[in-house]
Design a protein around this ligand. Sequence first.
Ligand SMILES: Nc1ncnc2c1ncn2[C@@H]1O[C@H](COP(=O)(O)OP(=O)(O)OP(=O)(O)O)[C@@H](O)[C@H]1O
Length: 497
Amino acid sequence: MGLNNSALFAASGNNQSMTHATPVSVTWREVRARLRQEYGDLVYASDIARLRVEEDSAGRVCIICPTEFGRAWAEDNLGSRLRALWAAFDSQPRDILILAESGAGASHARSVRAASAASVSHAALRPVDEPSGGMAAAAQAQLTLDAPRATGGPSAAVVRFTFDTFMVGSANVMAATAAKAITNSGPPPFNPAFFHGDYGVGKTHLLAAIAHAVSLGESKRKALYLTAEEFLNGFQSALRARDVQPFKDQVRNCDVLLIDDVHFIAGKTSTENEFLHTVAALMADGKQVVLASHASPDQLQVSDPRLKSLLRGGFACPLHGPDLDLRRKIIDCKIAQARSHCPNLEVPEAVRDFLAARVTSSARELEGVLNNVIVRTAYLDRPVTLETVDEALTELPLKAERRVSVDEIQKTVAAYFNLSVDDILSKRRTQSVVRPRHIAMYLAKTMTTRSLPDIGKRFGGRDHSTVIHAVNKITERLPADAVLAEDVEAVKRRLRN
Ligand SMILES: Nc1ncnc2c1ncn2[C@@H]1O[C@H](COP(=O)(O)OP(=O)(O)OP(=O)(O)O)[C@@H](O)[C@H]1O
């Protein structure tokens, strides 16, 4: 029935079975997230979310659409962008086929599916690369496929998302500290723990790190990581089979349940109800529940007031977009990781600084650019230079790359708070003006490459120490002040669109 979950996290010194190719499910997650950003939530929910990815025996990537109509739509509307993104995010070149589950192309889609179902039996013995690939895929196998029980010993786990590879800065220090506290074997320090933040800020990474650390801990607790989509699919298959008990048993048979992308469940009444009971039952048993979502518990559009209140009663912890310092740390970390498959990779300091200053929105975006640079250089024996980075940036248009000016920041902040730009620049010291002014200075520092004196000059000729004071004030308050965090995120969103 189920896979041995703890085996999925077990580490071993045996690296024989390490694979260096990026698992297709991992690349698909990145590509899908990017398509979502570019096409918007509506198109994503109606047309992209239902696409599945599989790898055929020849190593080709098969994007499988539910219908022939969907296939034609995807080929025409997504085809070239999807292939370009795939090439940018994957560590190796691959052919991409867009196929239909039914109608023309169905036989190929079915044979791909048969091949991948056959390979499920190895899931627990294969290296686990990361949750969205290994863990999530295995968890899905647990819930929806009749996967044989793992028979071998612990797998050689190649885990990319751990605390060691999670870089900490002011944007996420509270989240990282809370996540580590959860891994201690005592009673849950806060329940449920709810991590929220924008796309690509590290929520999945953190959940996976918790799952990994829990499973390696001496108390041998069992962690189960699921995306909300997997929870929903598992529950709906159980409903269709008219037997929900095995689903309940599987989901509740763990010490730490981690559910990612909880916003996916919000508003789906029967799944919300099952989710509520699952979380409540685990909490009543003293088990830890960890959730992640784009929206905070207050913003989450759940329809069941009991669920809302349960979520609000836990510990909500925001993760913010990385500032310059953190982006630089993440770049160094990703380069060190990339050396495991490109041992000769050298990235000059100037290039690292340039990337950190230029790619400002999220760690995912940074990683995407870096992968693109690596494909253009290391695999072709070319050195990494500012020119190759520029080439990569030209081909991978980043949303956040759109240069934001201090002037735009001032206008957007003023409009958001119903003030005028003159108010922001004025010497007025009332709270209703000081806070927006500080936010504007903070954003000018973190979203542009202007120096502190330059920013001060553009804010009504203020001294650079005033800007430092404002930036520090916002940075210090962000982790604990949810309203402030929401305001900052809302302004950033407006600036990016
Ligand atoms: N603090 C960090 N240190 C190192 N890597 C990070 C950090 N934050 C994010 N990343 C990397 O950025 C990428 C995206 O992170 P992740 O998938 O965890 O984001 P997310 O918040 O779950 O995004 P989404 O909401 O879109 O699913 C991953 O490769 C992750 O390792």
